[in-house]
Design a protein around this ligand. Structure first.
Ligand SMILES: [Fe+2]
Length: 166
């Protein structure tokens, strides 16, 4: 009897430890969902307010990137649901979970590009943290999805840096 109780206790402890870990990964995925929701509107802001000699190129590029942001948000939210989580789905929840900062529109196009480069760089770091946790969890699906995202963002950062001549 004692053995059975011990076993049950052990199982519970393992389960609790697992749940705590899982909720950690869920929180990191939710931060991503929130950040991509904010980036979706923030890149629209760049798209609407960009001015200057590079207007046409940047207006189109920002459109491509906000469309990609919407797809990324959806992909991450649906992954979160697939692993038993609950994605943020109200602007209040998004504001509470996001780490991307919002601001009034920039006057200069290069400030917009720099800001986007910095936002993407921050998301790359956060993606790395979530990847580590997914790996510890043995959650290969989430890990691979995040790796694809990180690789895609690294390419965007390279291109934005090339635009800035940095
Ligand atoms: Fe548009």
């Amino acid at each position: 009897m004692a053995n059975v109780m011990e076993k049950e206790k052990e199982t519970k402890t393992t389960k609790n430890a697992k749940d705590t870990k899982k909720s950690g990964l869920h929180a990191l995925l939710n931060r991503q969902v929130a950040n991509w929701a904010v980036l979706h509107i923030k890149i629209h802001q760049h798209h609407w307010y960009v001015k200057g000699p590079n207007f046409y190129a940047l207006h189109v590029k920002f459109e491509e990137l906000y469309e990609e942001a919407a797809l990324t948000m959806d992909q991450l939210a649906e992954r979160l649901l697939s692993v038993g989580g609950q994605p943020v789905s109200t602007t209040k929840e998004i504001a509470a979970a996001a780490t991307i900062k919002e601001h009034e529109p920039f006057a200069s196009a290069s400030d917009m590009v720099q800001c986007l480069r910095d936002d993407f760089s921050m998301v790359i770091e956060e993606t790395g943290e979530a990847m580590e946790l997914a790996e510890q969890e043995g959650d290969e699906g989430t890990h691979d999805m995040l790796l694809e995202l990180k690789t895609r963002l690294e390419k965007h950062v390279w291109m934005l840096n090339a635009y800035l001549n940095e």
